[in-house]
Design a protein around this ligand. Sequence first.
Ligand code: ZN
Length: 263
Amino acid sequence: MLRPFETKGLVLYNRNFREEDKLVKIFTEQAGKRMFFVKHAANSRLASVIQPLIVADLLVKINDEGLSYIEDYHSVATFPKINQDLFKLAHATYIAALADASIHDNQIDPALFAFLSKTLDLMEKGLDEAILTNIFEIQILSRFGVSLNFHDCVFCHRVGQPFDFSFRYNGVICPEHYGKDSHRCHLDPNVPYLLNQFQAVRFEDLETISLHDEMKAKLRQFIDQLYEEYVGIHLKPKKFLDSLQDWGQILKKNEEQNETNSH
Ligand SMILES: [Zn+2]
């Protein structure tokens, strides 16, 4: 017999199963990531709690060998501002997919659950979704077994220098040691500086972080390089986010051009 118990859960995605049923992947606080079976999903009273990015208190029956079941639910929370904004939604979907990819099924990780929920809360509150995403990406690297030093030079351990990053040495190098790696990244020194901040940032400090678009683009580009080199996963929501950003740039350029033409 499966004993029902209560846990918070965040819906990662759902997909159709047979004619009318659905399989729902939920990241639960108490039992990790699980696949739930919902019979006759469209007509089920569970229909409103199985949409992506919904957080709810669930009464569940967990099955370690196969599909799990939702018995009941209360306190359903949605993210209306995220859902109304295509850019926010694309970022939120990507970090949920990243959390999904970073842990195995059934692996209990309440710290990651709290981190993902809090990040979505802050996105909903209106904090910059690109910066929140970058912080999430940097802090979740450890779940992929990656630990990088953005804090002190890998050779002399000096801190507070205009650092560059070296893929050869998996860390930052100071101007005195730039010569050790002829393929160093030639980063804007603010990039490793910010990544070092992001590694240890507290949520209370986040409301004060604001960055120019140019710096955000540099962070985006370098974090992509880090993921390519050290993580090597290619998530569909990330590809969507990238194409959305390219598209956003084109729109912006057209607007600027129209403005110049009309003057
Ligand atoms: Zn050094």
